[in-house]
Design a protein around this ligand. Structure first.
Ligand code: TXA
Ligand code: MG
Length: 315
């Protein structure tokens, strides 16, 4: 579907799925509480889970956060450093919100999560819509995130408009950071790592105010089948699928998915949700996932796998 037509749907208070560099989003006008309510309905998302607001330019941040005069100069400097270095890109920044952002977007929190996606279709959609887009990942709550338009259609077949931008380049949801006067706190791991962030600003010594980020839920992003780490449970390999980094130790499994033959963790991240969707759709009883090295984006991969496995842990 054309971007122009999708923007028209957004302007009329509707909901549209669109590609970003991380995962596909389910967007509506972030300034229209009724439009945003439709996202929660479609996703079957609990109202305590706040949404990310997507912008088309860094300067738009200041339209939606507390008056810059109330802000400490250091916090403003940090915003500038972060956006110069990482926007457009897979970094979401949580800041105190102003009244233009309806409470439904932030689930009543005094803060709003903002991000400028690095995808030409997404940016064009935001520009043509003439408003920021509130958008969670375009999946049912708690289920696998979509990295292709096909994945979106699988979980949300009732959706009228799905813009197709091909497979997502990064493949894992954005890093979410809370920005305070003295530095940052990571609320969700992603392609931009703590080491990347520490190069330009300090780690905050303060606790994040309000509720902890639902991104910190222990169980999330689950496939519709049990997922185990090797050795966690005895499985019948002939009825199981194996997800591994380099495609090793595959003997006996009914189905296998290799994340990156060369062991490149960025490539692995880009292939992770595709592999999980493939396993979810296959005729197998369970999924075994080999751990990956926990360096760089490997931390975010393991975070998603642990959340997927958590439901199936025996106490
Ligand atoms: O890569 C992404 O971030 C994708 C694409 C579509 O942009 N979006 C995404 O949205 O993953 P969602 O709704 O699935 O995840 C948003 C995360 C959640 O973990 C939520 O708890 C956190 O951001 N979040 C949103 N607003 C927040 C706030 N005010 N304070 C703390 N955490 C917040
Ligand atoms: Mg999500």
């Amino acid at each position: 579907m054309e971007i122009k037509r999708a923007a028209e749907i957004i302007r009329n208070g509707g909901v549209v799925a669109f590609p970003t560099e991380t995962v596909y989003g389910l967007g509506a006008n972030a300034l229209d509480a009724q439009a945003v309510a439709k996202i929660f309905e479609l996703k079957e998302r609990p109202s305590f889970d706040p949404l990310i607001v997507h912008l088309a330019a860094p300067a738009q941040i200041f339209d939606y956060i507390v008056n810059s005069q109330c802000m400490l100069p250091l916090q403003q400097t940090y915003i500038q450093w972060l956006t110069e270095k990482f926007w457009p890109g897979p970094l979401t920044i949580v800041l105190p919100k102003n009244t233009r952002i309806p409470d439904i977007v932030t689930a009543g929190l005094p803060t709003v999560a903002l991000r400028m996606p690095d995808n030409p279709v997404a940016l064009e959609l935001i520009r043509l819509s003439g408003c920021p887009l509130a958008a969670p990942s375009a999946n049912k709550f708690g289920c696998l995130s979509p990295t292709t338009a096909e994945h979106v259609r699988k979980q949300l077949p009732e959706l009228e408009c799905v813009l197709d931008g091909g497979a997502a380049r990064v493949g894992i949801e954005s890093t979410v950071v809370s920005l305070q006067e003295d530095g940052f706190t990571i609320l969700r791991q992603g392609a931009i790592t703590r080491t990347d962030l520490e190069k330009i600003l300090p780690v905050s010594g303060r606790a994040v105010s309000g509720l902890p980020s639902p991104g910190l839920l222990k169980s999330h992003y689950s496939p519709a089948k049990p997922l185990y780490f090797p050795g966690q449970k005895e499985v019948d390999k002939a009825r199981a699928g194996l997800i591994s980094l380099r495609g090793e130790n595959t003997a006996g499994y009914k189905l296998t998915a290799t994340l990156s033959p060369s062991g490149d963790l960025r490539e692995a991240a880009a292939n992770l949700f595709g592999a999980l969707h493939k396993m979810e759709d296959a005729e197998i009883d369970c999924i075994v996932a080999e751990p990956v090295p926990e360096t760089g984006i490997g931390l975010a991969i393991m975070d998603r796998l642990r959340k997927a496995a958590y439901r199936w842990k025996t106490p």
